[in-house]
Design a protein around this ligand. Structure first.
Ligand code: 5AD
Ligand code: SF4
Length: 441
């Protein structure tokens, strides 16, 4: 195609959606599209949606409604819905919002260019199948465009855990791991393009068991392979399930230098009764023991978590168990949510906790997390950390990067380059970031 078309992608939700949106943009590059950040400039608009919480589908419909005017003025504009709402709603989306031309589920992104061609022929295109083939193998990258110093890399998708509140096993399907060689090839390619830190992504990343040269490899095995990639400086992974935190992965936190001392390990609740009803298959004590073992391997590790409050039948005493667990663990960061029923999940059938009560619990929990976050940040003052510089700050001469612990660090009068890792002494702790001075010898 001679003239370039413009693609606008709006991404909602998790890091995996961010990664998928990049891959979709690359795939559409092959079909003559380049990305734009202005919907009114676009020939195709794609909403990459998230279904994890709260009226997600309704939000997508109202967002789509806003494109009516655009499409009226530009009849050739194609509008597509991707992501987990596309998977969950399927054809219903086109029925309810006829301006939608294309609906594509997360497992069918490699077929996006063909689907776009069908829309150009005036047809509607729908694909929410779970195919056998590896979609990432088909979603080949464009020629080596330069990248920023950090990148996501999906190594595993889907989940077999079926927590009672969660749509992921339905929208992303069963757990599938990508083979080791493909991940290593992608990692080397990222490094060649300037990436120094890779975050391995998976809905259940520590259940990774991809095919390796001598049989299946665990996540720890994969990390050890990535550790050997020259030029790669940092490795992270997210999100982990407590039950899949195997010995070799815990040990890797103590022995693998490139593996950063930060772990996102959601517990969801501190009450054994609620954990059981959530079908989490771990309990409070097993989680606390696990945290102890991880800290024995890597004493300075910063832990983060996810919490749901107001799950059906959660009493004030159950909530207090969660608060006590937080007090005991001490989190450097956490995401917390009021339970929202997701249609089709087992918990959606159960009686809800009164909304005001749930909001009050969320408020109290977030206050505790904020306090802990602040304490841990404040304890960094005077310490020396390594910062990977990502971009200039808002002030002249300032640079911003991330420490090993994923804290954002601002450095004034900084001559470090983007992509450089340098030692910084922390001098100040702010609401959501740290400030430091570059240490050069
Ligand atoms: N309601 C509230 N929070 C939820 N999460 C997942 N499903 C729900 C739900 N139905 C939260 C969990 C999960 C995070 C990604 O989103 O805490 O770990
Ligand atoms: Fe959802 Fe995570 Fe539970 Fe899987 S382990 S069902 S992704 S909350």
């Amino acid at each position: 195609m001679a003239d370039t078309k413009k693609l606008y992608i709006k991404t909602y939700g998790c890091q995996m959606n961010v990664y998928d949106s990049e891959r979709m943009a690359e795939a559409m590059g092959g079909a003559g599209y380049e990305t734009t950040d202005r919907p009114d400039d676009a020939d195709m608009i794609l909403l990459n949606t998230c279904h994890i919480r709260e009226k997600a589908a309704e939000k997508v419909y109202s967002e789509l409604g806003r494109f009516k005017g655009l499409k009226a003025g530009k009849p050739d504009l194609k509008i597509g819905v991707a992501g987990c709402v596309a998977q969950a709603e399927g054809e219903e989306i086109m029925r309810r919002q006829p301006l939608v031309d294309l609906v594509v589920g997360p497992q069918a992104y490699h077929r996006l260019p063909e689907m776009e061609a069908r829309t150009q022929a005036g047809q509607k295109a729908l694909d929410t199948d779970f195919p056998e083939e590896d979609k990432f193998e088909k979603l080949k990258s464009r020629p080596k465009a330069k990248r920023g110093p950090t990148a996501f890399l999906t190594v595993q998708e889907g989940c077999d855990k079926f927590c009672a509140f969660c749509v992921v096993p339905y929208t992303r399907g069963a757990e599938v791991s990508r083979p080791v060689d493909r991940i290593l090839t992608e990692a080397r390619d990222l490094v060649e393009r300037g990436v120094r830190e890779i975050t391995l992504l998976g809905q259940n990343v520590n259940a990774y068991h991809g095919a390796g040269p001598h049989g299946d490899m665990t996540l720890a095995g994969l990390i050890r392979e990535l550790d050997k990639v020259d030029g790669l400086a940092r490795i992270r992974f997210t999100t982990s399930h407590p039950n899949d935190m195997m010995d070799d992965l815990i040990e890797a936190h103590g022995t693998c230098e490139k593996l950063m001392p930060y772990l996102h390990l959601p517990v969801q609740s501190g009450s054994n009764k609620i954990l059981k009803r959530m079908n989490r298959s771990h309990d409070r004590d097993s989680y606390l023991r696990l945290v102890e073992r991880i800290r024995a391997a890597r004493p300075d590790i910063l832990l983060s978590g996810d919490f749901i409050v107001g799950f059906p039948e959660e009493t004030e005493a159950d909530f207090q168990d969660t608060m006590d667990l937080i007090e005991e663990v001490k989190y450097g960061q956490a995401f917390s949510f009021k339970y929202s029923p997701r249609p089709g999940t087992p918990a959606a059938e159960r009686a809800m906790v009164e909304d005001g009560e749930a909001s009050d619990r969320l408020y109290r929990l977030q206050a505790l997390i904020t306090k802990q976050q602040r304490e841990i940040q404040d304890s960094m003052i005077g310490r020396e950390v390594n910062v990977l510089f990502e971009k200039p700050g808002r002030l002249a001469g300032q640079m911003v990067g991330k420490s090993e612990y994923l804290h954002a660090v601002h450095v004034a009068e900084c001559d470090a380059e983007i992509g450089e890792i340098a030692q910084v002494r922390i001098v100040e702790s702010g609401a959501n970031s740290l400030a430091g001075q570059l240490l050069r010898d």
